[in-house]
Design a protein around this ligand. Structure first.
Ligand SMILES: Cc1ncc(C[n+]2csc(CCOP(=O)(O)OP(=O)(O)O)c2C)c(N)n1
Length: 323
């Protein structure tokens, strides 16, 4: 485990736990049909958003994808506003008009998430250009999956960012699949972290299921980017535990590798972090139990908030332009 202080190490674990339990509640609620939008769960991938976002400064910004619940909470968004958004309520983070795939909170730096693969990559790159032109001391982190690399706009953005030495971090959450299609079925060269080399975009690869490794690697890259060294691609290897979209696991489907389920279980980011904390003597069984209890109480409150909140009225239809 890298050098970390005890308080931060505990905080990172708790953040992942809150994301995990909130999404497990979403799974439990889904059959009620109160959540009307499709759900892309980040269960199993919490370490990337938690480790990275905790290394961002207040002025820094993030962009994400439809798999954005974890990113929203990691950026400091309330689980109450997340649940209300999933319920389509006026108190949701996008006033109930975005749903699960469009988590947003510009007031805390989460500028947007999009259902269109790779579509936030050029926007985040442009945001980094704006920061550079205005001499603002901030960076932009854009989170996307291995499918995002397959879109031409990634290369256009990366090339431009490298040319202009923009303060942007491309965060590749490599869970091995774009829906049902494996990385090796889509790329002759599967070392995705090296994909921008010819463009002048350096890359590094890390274990995306170890929140402490993510945090350390991201913090180091952020310091370099802020020092004006230009953009970087950080690839984090991880596992998607649920089906691409929806509330079920689907490890028995034929597109999966036989050992995917066992691998995901063995490398569960909460288990990895729990072991690391216990090894250091930084958390006792009573701590884990208390954290779980507190997170579940927070989630109960968030669901009650979503349930009792009103739907947006027709007057909101053309309002709330975030631009
Ligand atoms: C431009 C575009 N093409 C295709 C789709 C359909 N689509 C939705 S998710 C997805 C797979 C993306 O996989 P990846 O980027 O690896 O992210 P993950 O879902 O694994 O987090 C595809 C092809 C889309 N939403 N947008």
């Amino acid at each position: 485990m890298p050098k970390l202080d005890k308080a931060l190490a505990r905080e990172l674990y708790r953040l992942m736990l809150r994301i995990r339990l909130a999404e497990e509640r979403v799974v439990a609620l889904y059959p009620t049909d109160k959540i009307q939008s499709p759900i892309h769960l980040s269960i199993g991938q919490e370490a990337i958003v938690a480790g990275a976002c905790k290394a961002l400064g207040k002025a820094d910004r993030a962009y994400g994808t439809y798999r954005g619940h974890g990113l929203f909470v990691a950026m400091g968004g309330g689980i109450d506003k997340m649940m209300a958004e999933l319920y389509g309520k006026d108190t949701g983070c996008a006033r109930g008009k975005g749903g699960s795939m469009h988590m947003v909170a510009p007031e805390i730096g989460l500028m947007g998430c999009s259902a269109i693969v790779a579509s936030t990559i050029p926007v985040a790159t442009g945001d980094a250009l704006a920061a550079k032109m205005k001499r603002e001391k901030r960076l932009t982190a854009v989170f996307f999956g291995d499918g995002g690399i397959d879109e031409g706009v990634f290369y256009e953005s990366a090339s431009f960012a490298a040319l202009k030495k923009l303060p942007v971090i491309y965060v590749l959450e490599n869970n091995g699949y774009a829906i049902h299609s494996k990385v090796r079925e889509r790329h002759a060269k599967t070392e995705l972290w090296r994909i921008g080399e010819r463009l002048g975009l350096p890359g590094r690869r890390f274990d995306g299921n170890d929140v402490y490794e993510v945090h350390e690697s991201f913090a180091k890259a952020a310091a370099e980017v802020k020092a004006g060294k230009g953009p970087i691609l950080l690839e984090y290897a991880t596992c998607r535990v649920y089906e691409h979209v929806g509330p079920r696991t689907d490890f028995k489907e034929t597109y999966h590798e036989k050992n995917d389920e066992a691998k995901a279980k063995a490398r569960d980011p909460l288990t990895v972090a729990q072991k690391a904390l216990q090894k250091r003597g930084w958390a006792a069984p009573a701590d884990f139990a208390a954290w779980r209890k507190a997170a579940l109480a927070e989630i109960d409150d968030a669901v009650a908030f979503a349930e009792k909140s009103p739907f947006p009225g027709p007057e909101r239809l053309l309002a709330d332009n975030f631009a």
